[in-house]
Design a protein around this ligand. Structure first.
Ligand SMILES: [Zn+2]
Length: 436
């Protein structure tokens, strides 16, 4: 077919609308370079110069488009029209400036897939079924197509049940196990449920897909035929909202839903990452005090705060908390200006002039530790009648030193027990010195 020239004003309009950017380059590669190109007829009919049928394409893509037969999986007209719309929208939005090599994109672009959907009748706190309430467990995969790391703050699901459209909010599932019957042989299959975790520490970044489960609670709504082995849920639409507030539609118009049994409690989870580690190096107990030299280290990748260190011990079979003391004074003294000190073994001078004990935290105040940063020092706890929560007993006889337990407390109040003890004997002993 002979090429019919496109009327001048339509040609000019296409060039102006596209700013001589190829919409396939843009749609597929976000390439917004000005290209040498031609105006293409999307229906491949050279006489149809309707604006909707025209687009500016680079020479490579024009060749490729015209060489595509309708049977092949090559570029389609409808596809190119979408790219053209994207390009025009971007230009209209003013994101694209003349001479830009790359468009600056300020928002994440998230697409996704609903990998599987399971239904379970909701149960109340006593485990009794709630007839018209349901939980939908959706296994979801999300990808961010732009280099704008973001979190996903909301999950929306819109579904049509019994002619009514329902919109419900989801949240990342808890971890657990899910059982369902898989066709065609009706075999019982067990699968893990784990939350879709996208938070500020692990944002959704360019081209990295994230997979996980989201739970939707649907109240006052009858499910179509829960006794069927599975059913097709029509007109299901899902959206996620990123941290910038943009809603992204996740595909699928209908999904297969399987009834399932889900157990989210009492499932062994991945061990939580250890943030603080510690070791008991030297322990000293006298009539009124528990003194310990502890080694603690921040084993995480971030700076962390240690709020305090706690101690507890069994006295007469009852575990009691010990009271922390912010100095090393010796309570048993007739005079108050004696304190505990450290004497080296075999060093007579040191026995006469014990070293002061270096506190783990000065004044018991919280400290910040950098990743991998260790800290060694002494802590002092008082053993007294108040420490003991059980019936009255002779404390020192009742106290079982083997049950002493020290814990590091982080800024959120979470405790990390110190379970390790230095094997080697201490190189000295606690003695008394004059307090300064
Ligand atoms: Zn191109």
């Amino acid at each position: 077919m002979a090429r019919v020239p496109v009327p001048e004003d339509n040609q000019a309009q296409v060039l102006i609308l596209s700013r001589r950017r190829c919409c396939i380059c843009y749609g597929l590669h976000r390439d917004v370079e000005i290209k040498r190109g031609q105006i293409a007829h999307l229906d491949r009919d050279n006489t149809n110069y309707d604006m909707d049928n025209l687009t500016f394409l680079c020479l490579v893509h024009h060749d490729e488009y015209d060489g595509t037969t309708s049977q092949s999986k090559g570029l389609r007209g409808s596809e190119v029209k979408q790219y053209r719309q994207l390009l025009y929208d971007t230009i209209t939005a003013g994101v694209l400036l003349a001479g830009d090599k790359r468009a600056t994109v300020a928002t994440p672009s998230i697409s996704g897939d609903i990998l599987s959907v399971f239904w379970e009748r909701a149960r109340d706190a006593k485990g009794n079924p709630e007839p018209r309430n349901s939980n939908l467990f959706v296994r979801l995969k999300l990808v961010n197509h732009e280099d704008v790391p973001c979190t996903v703050d909301k999950y929306w699901l819109t579904l049509e049940i019994g002619g009514h459209e329902r919109r419900c909010l989801g949240y990342p599932s808890k971890a657990g196990k899910l059982q369902y019957h898989r066709p065609p042989d009706n075999a019982e299959v067990e699968t893990d449920v784990y939350p879709l975790t996208i938070n500020y520490q692990t944002p959704l970044k360019l081209a990295l897909s994230r997979e996980g489960w989201v739970t939707f609670h649907i109240v006052e709504c009858d499910m179509p035929n829960p006794s069927a082995p599975f059913w097709l849920m029509q007109n299901i639409k899902m959206a996620v909202v990123d941290s910038l507030g943009t809603e992204h539609i996740i595909g699928h118009s209908s999904v297969t839903v399987f009834p399932a049994t889900v157990q989210l409690a009492g499932i062994p989870r991945e061990p939580e990452p250890l943030i603080f580690d510690g070791e008991l190096q030297v322990l000293h107990i006298d009539t009124h005090s528990v003194l310990a030299r502890l080694y603690i280290v921040n084993s995480s990748d971030n700076q962390r705060y240690v709020r305090t260190v706690t101690a507890s011990v069994e006295m007469g079979g009852v575990r009691s908390k010990l009271k922390p003391v912010d100095d090393f004074r010796w309570e048993g003294s007739r005079t108050r200006n004696m304190e505990h000190g450290w004497s080296r073994k075999g060093d007579l001078r040191s026995v006469n002039y014990p070293e002061p004990l270096r506190p783990l935290f000065p004044d018991l105040s919280p400290v910040a530790l950098n990743p991998g940063e260790p800290r060694i020092g002494w802590v002092h706890f008082k053993v007294s009648e108040e420490s003991h929560s059980g019936p009255s007993i002779n404390l020192l006889e009742a106290l079982d030193p083997d049950t002493l337990l020290f814990s590091i407390v982080d800024s959120t109040g979470k405790e990390y027990p110190i379970t390790k003890t230095t094997e080697t004997k201490p190189d000295g002993f606690i003695s008394l010195r004059h307090a300064s």
